[in-house]
Design a protein around this ligand. Structure first.
Ligand code: BGC
Length: 530
């Protein structure tokens, strides 16, 4: 039987940004529950909730101070239980975020560990000097200058791969490992259908290495997977490893680590192809992606809650992406671009559609980012990545239907750029407009749901003598679909050298003659072949 996650469409939801049920200006579980009908209507299969645990929120909740609790402004554990129930009642699923590479410095474990001689001391990574593990890169280059920070009370440096307020846990300590396994049991036991393993390459440090992807880190993931296989066999583990393909595939193990891994390198190359009107870099990265074990699945995406990361491209490509997509320096953050999908593409509807056409047909399960289905805008003047985490725009009212609070009291201001204000971009208006982006995406999801081949089929590139045309086949024992995508702005004839002469357009139901095909600028087709 095909595991559910291989044909699922995921939808990423930051609870804080989605819907405010109690009128305090911040999203919460009651609000999210009230919007589940919308998500079911849209046709997504699985929600991915960003961290919702107690946290000082200095890294959007990725700085956790209690792994078994719920941030009070979001609600209670009871609310989470209800959410899970309501999601399941609608035939959907929900996964959470397991952020255990590091805790918040506010976590009681760290506070205890700071005392020399405390039993928790060894739960973190301490050093007398800041010179150990010197080969490990710094990830948040815009804010951090070292992976070590001095703690006065501890009288030692502590290790952190991200913000200095996020000390890394010490995975060489068996107590830490046991605790993490218990956290996994806690949330899967509560009914979650899986967990995203945040920042998973960095669990273990070793001198003389870059402290990423170490064998000992893989051993820990195998321990997590063993618990899942034994106790929650239907649950999925999704690896967040922003690494080149050859290193990412290691996170599938031999089918004994994660069920899914993000394919980070594909994402920027989708954007590059569009601007360069040439698919060479995209086809090259797919060609260099090793096969994955049976039952494994890629997770692919266009945008998410972080900056559009440019870590997995060359320096020259990064500069190209910055020049093209982030001409204003304030749009840049670390090695990336803090903008949303629609503004990145200048609001150009055919380009937005084309990228969705690829997202939903390339190998992998697609993950949509909340708000991108209506073409929401961003605000890159806000600090850090807040500009892509603004309140969801439900309608054209003063709080965009996000909250009953005063607009001035929202946790972040609504998007106010021309063309993207809630009055111009919102769910209610688009639901009532047959030609809206929202209805277009909903229709595309519906079509995809009838063609599991997009989730499970083999992938084969079809050579075409035009660098702007990307042609590939997805095939399983039931069906063969030819995907054609024109990344050029201009219309192109599409000369195909295929055995089949005729195909059926699975979106329009029209018969298509494959010999005389023409694609408009940014057009894509999904063609079923006998
Ligand atoms: C998350 C980020 C977060 C970082 C540190 C990531 O990979 O996606 O939002 O800042 O982990 O926890």
């Amino acid at each position: 039987m095909t595991p559910w996650y291989r044909t699922a469409v995921f939808y990423e939801v930051p609870v804080r940004s989605f819907s405010d049920g109690n009128g305090d200006g911040r999203g919460d579980f009651i609000g999210l529950i009230s919007k589940l009908d919308y998500l079911q209507w849209l046709g997504v299969d699985c929600l991915w909730l960003l961290p919702f645990f107690p946290s000082p929120l200095r890294d959007g909740g990725y700085d956790i101070s209690d792994y078994r609790g719920v941030l009070p402004e979001f609600g209670t554990l009871e609310d989470v239980r209800r959410l899970v129930e309501e999601v399941h009642r609608r035939g959907m699923r929900v996964i959470g975020d397991l952020v255990v590479n590091h805790t918040s410095s506010d976590h009681p474990w760290f506070q205890e560990a700071r005392h020399p001689g405390s039993p928790k001391r060894d739960w973190y990574v301490w050093s007398e000097t800041d010179q150990r593990f010197a080969d490990a890169r710094i990830i948040f280059i815009d804010t951090e200058s070292s992976n070590w920070s001095w703690d006065e009370e501890a009288g030692a440096y502590y290790w952190h791969r991200f913000y200095s307020h996020q000390p890394d846990l010490n995975f060489d300590n068996p107590e830490v490992r046991a605790e993490v396994l218990d956290i996994v049991r806690f949330w899967l036991g509560l009914g979650f259908d899986g967990l995203r393993l945040d920042a998973i390459p960095y669990l273990i440090e070793r001198e003389g290495t870059n402290c990423e992807n170490l064998p000992e880190t893989h051993d820990m993931i195998k321990e997590i997977r063993a618990v899942v296989d034994a106790e929650f066999p239907d649950a999925v583990l999704l690896a967040e490893a922003n690494q080149p393909p050859k290193d990412v595939v290691a996170y599938f193990g031999e089918g004994d680590e994660c069920h899914m891994c993000y394919h980070f390198p594909v994402m920027p190359r989708l954007f590059m192809s569009l601007r360069r009107q040439d698919v060479d870099k995209l086809t090259a990265i797919l060609a260099s992606t090793p096969p994955i074990p049976d039952g494994g699945q890629w997770a692919i995406f266009l945008r998410n809650h972080d900056e559009l990361t440019l870590e997995m491209v060359t320096e020259e490509e990064r500069q190209y992406m910055w020049d093209e997509y982030a001409p204003d320096r304030r749009m840049r953050l670390n090695f990336g671009i803090r903008r949303r999908l629609a503004p990145l593409l200048g609001g150009h509807r055919p380009a937005i559609e084309l990228l969705h056409g690829l997202l939903l047909s390339l190998p992998g399960s697609p993950i949509l980012y909340y708000g991108d289905e209506i073409g929401m805008g961003d605000n890159y003047l806000l600090p850090d990545r807040d500009g892509v985490r603004t309140p969801m725009q439900w309608d054209d009212s003063p709080t965009a239907g996000f909250s009953a609070a005063d607009p001035a009291d929202l946790f972040l201001p609504l998007v106010s750029t021309d063309g993207y204000r809630p009055a111009e971009v919102n769910v209610a208006t688009q639901q009532g407009d047959e030609g809206s982006l929202l209805n277009w995406i909903r229709d595309l999801l519906a079509v995809r749901s009838h063609h599991p081949v997009f989730g499970i089929g083999d992938f084969e590139v079809v050579p075409v003598d035009d660098p702007a045309i990307f042609a590939f086949l997805r095939a399983d024992s039931n069906e063969k679909v030819l995907v054609l995508a024109n990344v050029s702005k201009d219309g192109r004839a599409c000369p195909l050298d295929m055995e089949a002469a005729q195909a059926l357009d699975v979106r329009s139901g029209e018969r298509v003659d494959l010999s005389g095909l023409f694609l408009d600028g940014h057009e894509f087709r999904w063609l079923s072949i006998d």
